[in-house]
Design a protein around this ligand. Sequence first.
Ligand code: KIV
Ligand code: NA
Length: 277
Amino acid sequence: KDKVTIHTLKRFKQIGQKICMVTAYDATFAHILDQAGADVLLVGDSLGMVVQGHDSTLPVTMDQMVYHCAAVTRGARRAHVVGDLPFMSYQVSTQEAVRNAGRLVSEGGVGSIKLEGGAEFAETVRAITRASIPVMGHLGLTPQSVHKMGGYVVQGRDEEQARRILDDALALEQAGAYALVLEGVPMDLARAVTQSLTIPTIGIGAGVDCDGQVLVCYDLLGMNPDFKPKFVKRYANLHGSITEAAGAYFAEVRQGTFPDEDHSFKANKNIRLVANS
Ligand code: KIV
Ligand code: NA
């Protein structure tokens, strides 16, 4: 299978083939999801929440993103790997943005980076693209702006906000972004943005008319029974499976039925086991 590149993704939009994107944070998940058919693996800064246990993505650092990107790229074969630029790694200056994007590529091994924001980051997108690092944009509900948004709230429900998101999308395409994540926006706005752009849109909580979809892998696999927002569909109940499997293991340990002979080693025949004294 040929490796997926940013050119593959642009072609997918042209021929109407949906782009399948999912997050991954380590090599084992990357390998499984790649083999399962993912076109794009996103090393999302959502790892701050699902891996690190924070209540936002804001504490995630560049060093942590580099570490997880390197693990995921080792596990991926066919999929294109995208690394998120974390909070405060690209907002201070264009120079810092380019250097940090470069770290995700040179140390993390990713094929492109993603950053959150609209027209105000067009210059940043242009500068990173100029350094030959493809940029994926991210508009709508942008988790790094949780304090500005006043929570994780659907964006672009009124006409003024919707118009701004459409303008931001055009500005990002103009600046050289190769694709765009639309998160937490009404489906009609996502459809309008998708039809207005030549670059692919990838939706999460943005309706079915985007050029592709993305979900956090722990969400689609049903790892957290307490997290059930409207936009998540659970395709498995790994919380249940893991609880059951681990519970069975603990029970056998307590009963003394694990390990049995099949899972234990035998010495060579006829050796004498006497303590040296
Ligand atoms: O960090 C992340 O997982 C993301 C996706 C939800 C788009 O940015
Ligand atoms: Na993210």
